[in-house]
Each structure stands twice: as C-alpha cells, then as structure tokens.
Design a protein around this ligand. Structure first.
Ligand SMILES: C[S@@+](CC[C@H](N)C(=O)[O-])C[C@H]1O[C@@H](n2cnc3c(N)ncnc32)[C@H](O)[C@@H]1O
Length: 199
C-alpha cells in the first residue's frame, strides 16, 4: 500500500458497519452510510491540529474486514476538519478501488485487505502494537516506544475473530470510562506529545 517511513504513530480503527463501496450519500453519514461519521471523526482526530496536520501519523480504516483505506500524514492533502469532506475522501478511495486503482487523493490508499494484513504490515515495519481497551494497563504507566500503533474499535465491540487476532498485543487503558473511538485518539496523542518532542 506504499510506505510512510516518517510515521511514528499509527491508528487502526476497526469498522463493522460502514460501506465498502462508494454507493452512499454524504448527506447521511450516520444513517444509511452505516456510521461512517464515526470513522470520519477518527481521521480528523488523528491528523488535525489547530493550524495544520500531523505529518508523522497514519490511519488505517478497516471496513468490515474486507477493505482498508489508509491515510498517510506525510503526503496527505485535502483533509479538512469536517466530517463530510472526510467522508468524501473515503468515498473517493472506494471509487478508486472499484476502478482498480490503489491510490485516490494524495496520501490516501486503498486495498482489499483485512485487519490481519494491517497488523502484519505494521509489525513488519517495526511498530509496537497496542489494543485500546478500558480494562488494560493505564497508558500513563506504560513504557511506550517512539513508534507505536494503536488498535481501536468503532461504535461496536471487536468480533471474536478480531479478538483472536488481537489477543497477543498488550491492552492500554485511557481511563475508567468507555469513550467514543474518536475521543480516544487525542488522549493518546496528548500522552505521546508530552513524552516525545514534536519533529
Ligand atoms: C465506543 S467504544 C466501543 C464499544 C464499547 N466496547 C461499548 O461497550 O459500547 C470504541 C473503542 O474505543 C476504545 N476505548 C473506549 N474507551 C476506552 C478507554 N477508557 N480506554 C481505552 N480504550 C477505550 C476501545 O478500543 C473501544 O473499542
């Protein structure tokens, strides 16, 4: 899917109900587009700063374990903070996939992959993988490396098959309350921003 070697933080969001084809309307992301709004908010939460984008981040959206849309901060363009325009980037990626292209807009790639392939790619690139889970070790106490990947679910729980793929990775907690997926990402960024100086 093309490398992002500058990447130091990756987020893998496992989506269970979102479309894998571009036949959805941007006017109804939370409804007929199967909660695509959740994934769009995760993308903006991962990249958007007040003035600019985080370049050292990658996001993998896993759609029904069939399709993966990948955003690479080092090359990403046309990302705005609103959900609708992010939904449009995802729609363009799914259109590209239908037309047999692996790249859509700058910094956005797409493949017929599932969660297993994403985990394998991140491992092979030397990332330390963690699953975000409220029952895990407190992130404040965790000895994190400089190059990490964090896996989280959308508005649903991980399926048993996903749990099996993820069971070998340590779980990290962001606190005792169950949060929305898109609210988890800035907490992780904040923890790492405080530990590692920005590039
Ligand atoms: C809305 S939750 C998923 C549904 C949730 N399991 C439930 O009981 O309704 C979205 C994801 O955010 C992450 N998450 C939520 N709260 C968390 C916390 N306190 N610590 C770590 N991860 C959390 C988990 O990865 C979770 O799968």
């Amino acid at each position: 899917m093309g490398m992002g070697e500058e990447t130091r933080r990756a987020f893998v969001i496992v989506g269970h109900t979102q479309p894998t084809t571009p036949d959805f309307t941007l006017n109804d992301l939370p409804g007929s587009a199967g909660r695509l709004d959740v994934l769009a908010r995760c993308v903006t939460a991962a990249f958007c700063l007040s003035h600019g984008l985080r370049k050292d981040v990658e996001v993998f959206l896993v759609l029904r374990d069939e399709v993966v849309v990948r955003f690479v901060g080092a090359r990403l363009k046309r990302l705005n903070p609103d959900e609708r325009s992010t939904g449009a980037l995802i729609k363009h990626a799914l259109q590209a996939l239908q037309e047999g292209r692996a790249q859509s807009t700058p910094g956005v790639a797409v493949a017929r992959w599932g969660l297993g392939e994403v985990l394998q790619e991140l491992r092979s690139r030397g990332f330390s993988l963690y699953v975000l889970d409220e029952g895990g070790e407190d992130i404040r106490e965790a000895d994190l490396a400089a190059r990490n990947a964090f896996v989280l679910s959308d508005h649903r729980n991980f399926t048993p098959e996903e749990e099996t793929l993820l069971q070998e990775y340590p779980k990290l907690s962001l606190g005792p309350r169950v949060l929305h997926a898109d609210h988890c990402i800035p907490i992780v960024h904040n923890e790492l921003d405080r530990r590692f100086s920005p590039e």
